[in-house]
Design a binder for this molecule. Structure first.
Ligand code: FAD
Length: 471
């Protein structure tokens, strides 16, 4: 068979690209081993983790509600039902993407692709047999896989990566989470809410490298209450499976004065992800891979091989679904002859913990590092009527602004629902909005969105709910 476009990898990058290409009238094949399009994001990433976090938040909130005079008692957890809910969520979404592929006449081929040359590939099909496909263009979108350093590789089902942890094999009495990034904190929060005593160890001095510290501090205050231990500047030096659990030797601040050897029922290794760029047959093309394993592309998502484009986790950080989809759409428009490029000013990042943490555009830390002069304007949620009605004053909204033009360069949020609120920040940054634009946009009351408007008012020293003496 011959297609104008073949997309290799059916994640949020690959399927967004395939669907747009079909909408633009191209003949398209999409190759992926899963039953339907969805990739890591839908099968074992964003979606199942958020389904579990929704339930975890419910458990936490129900516990907290005794403070408002309502006591639900201790939760009875039926793990089979919980797994069933999560699996149904995944099934519903992937059945949907499968239908959307059919409606658009995207040929979905279940299997693994091997490149034969710059214009053809072979699919080793899941149900047996091979199929050779010719193409004018291909988009590589093979995503990423968990990175497990050799020292943390223990062949025992009690040592889990994120995929295994999402299966919720049981609720271990004790769980060690290795890595204080977003995946470790999100999945650690799920297990903590379900009843595990969770210890998080992070090698660096802070959780969530990349996020501004004032935002992380708010999250850390809450997480240190729900987790048994959060140990920074601490690393695992040895891990061994034994009959009574996983024996872990730790080194650093966390175990100072205590025992460096600890035993956990289960361990989740969440120390990062690596690009899945070892695509069979890639060496038969001119596609280049850099020293970190990412496929090299330009701002139009072109590789060094003119017929081949690449998008998503395999081309670089941040490894996020919405970045992958956006790049996929750019690649397709370029293939369709448009003069476009991937020039995002603000790629939002969201950590779906409780409270949530989100940022977009320039961070204060980046501004400091680059010596860029900025003004930071903050609105604490203790002054938000809506946050008080929700009993969720553990939040902060901040704007990072250019002092000359008053333009919004970055937005940071921590608090309940921060992941939804950040979208307004993305729009403001992309539209080149300034503090006056945000201040003059009438926001509904009482909502958490008002914290965006009022942080712009803070910039002018005129916030209704924050008093600053005149200078
Ligand atoms: C636990 C977890 C939670 C996450 N939560 C979020 C979140 O909340 N928000 C967010 O934005 N991101 C999140 N991510 C990251 C997100 O999943 C990825 O950034 C996103 O899936 C990348 O999309 P992609 O299109 O590059 O590829 P992927 O989604 O990785 O899909 C690649 C697909 O290619 C297939 N493939 C590989 N090799 C071949 C081959 N040779 N032939 C055919 N097919 C092949 C793979 O099987 C896979 O299905 C999370 C990840 C994890 C693990």
């Amino acid at each position: 068979m011959s297609y104008q476009l073949v997309v290799v990898g059916g994640g949020p990058g690959g399927y967004a690209a395939a669907f747009l290409a079909a909408d633009l009238g191209l003949s398209v094949a999409l190759v992926d081993p899963e039953p339907n399009p969805g990739g890591v994001c839908v099968y074992r990433g964003c979606i199942p983790s958020k389904a579990l976090l929704h339930v975890a938040n419910l458990v936490t909130e129900a516990k907290h509600s005794s403070a408002w005079g309502i006591d639900f008692g201790a939760p009875k957890i039926d793990l089979d039902k919980l797994r069933g809910f999560k699996n149904d969520v995944v099934k519903r979404l992937t059945n949907g993407t499968g239908q959307l592929a059919k409606f658009r006449k995207v040929q979905y081929i279940r299997g693994m692709a091997e490149l034969l040359d710059p214009h053809s590939l072979k699919v080793r099909k899941i149900d047996g047999g091979d199929e050779t496909i010719q193409f004018d263009h291909a988009i590589l979108a093979t995503g990423s896989v968990p990175a497990i350093p050799p020292m943390l590789k223990v062949e025992d089902p009690r040592v889990m990566d994120s995929t295994a942890a999402l299966e919720l094999p049981d609720i271990p009495k004790s769980l060690l989470v290795v890595g204080g990034g977003y995946i470790g904190l999100e999945l650690g929060s799920v297990y903590a809410a379900l009843g595990s005593a969770v210890t998080v160890v992070e090698m660096t001095p802070g959780l969530l490298p990349g996020a501004d510290r004032d935002l992380v501090d708010v999250l850390a205050r809450s997480i240190t209450k729900t987790m048994k231990n959060v140990w920074l500047n601490t690393r695992v030096v040895q891990m061994k499976a034994g009959p009574s659990g996983i024996r872990v030797t730790l080194e650093g601040e966390g175990v100072k004065g205590g025992s460096p050897e600890q035993v956990f029922d289960r361990v989740l290794v969440a120390v990062g992800r690596r690009p899945n760029s070892k695509i069979p047959g890639l060496e038969r093309t001119r596609v280049a891979v850099n020293e970190r394993g990412f496929i090299v592309v330009d701002e139009q998502m072109r590789t060094d091989e003119p017929s081949i484009f690449a998008i998503g986790d395999i081309v670089g950080e941040p490894m996020l679904a919405h970045k992958a989809s956006h790049e996929g759409r750019v690649a397709v428009e370029v293939i369709a002859g448009e003069n476009v490029a991937f020039e995002a000013r603000a790629i939002p990042a969201v950590v779906f913990t409780d409270p949530e943490l989100a940022w977009a555009g320039l961070t204060e830390a980046q501004a400091e590092k680059n010596g860029r002069k900025v003004v930071v304007s903050k609105f604490p949620w203790g002054a938000s009527g809506r946050a008080i009605t929700l009993d969720r004053v553990d939040g902060l909204t901040k704007l990072i602004l250019d002092p000359e033009t008053e333009r919004i360069l970055g937005v940071g949020l921590v608090g309940a629902g921060a992941g939804e609120l950040i979208a307004e920040g993305v729009l403001a940054i992309e539209m080149g909005a300034n503090a006056t634009d945000l201040k003059l946009s009438i926001h509904p009351h009482p909502t958490l969105t008002e914290t965006m408007m009022e942080s712009a008012e803070v910039f002018f020293g005129q916030a209704t709910h924050v008093y600053r003496p005149r200078r």
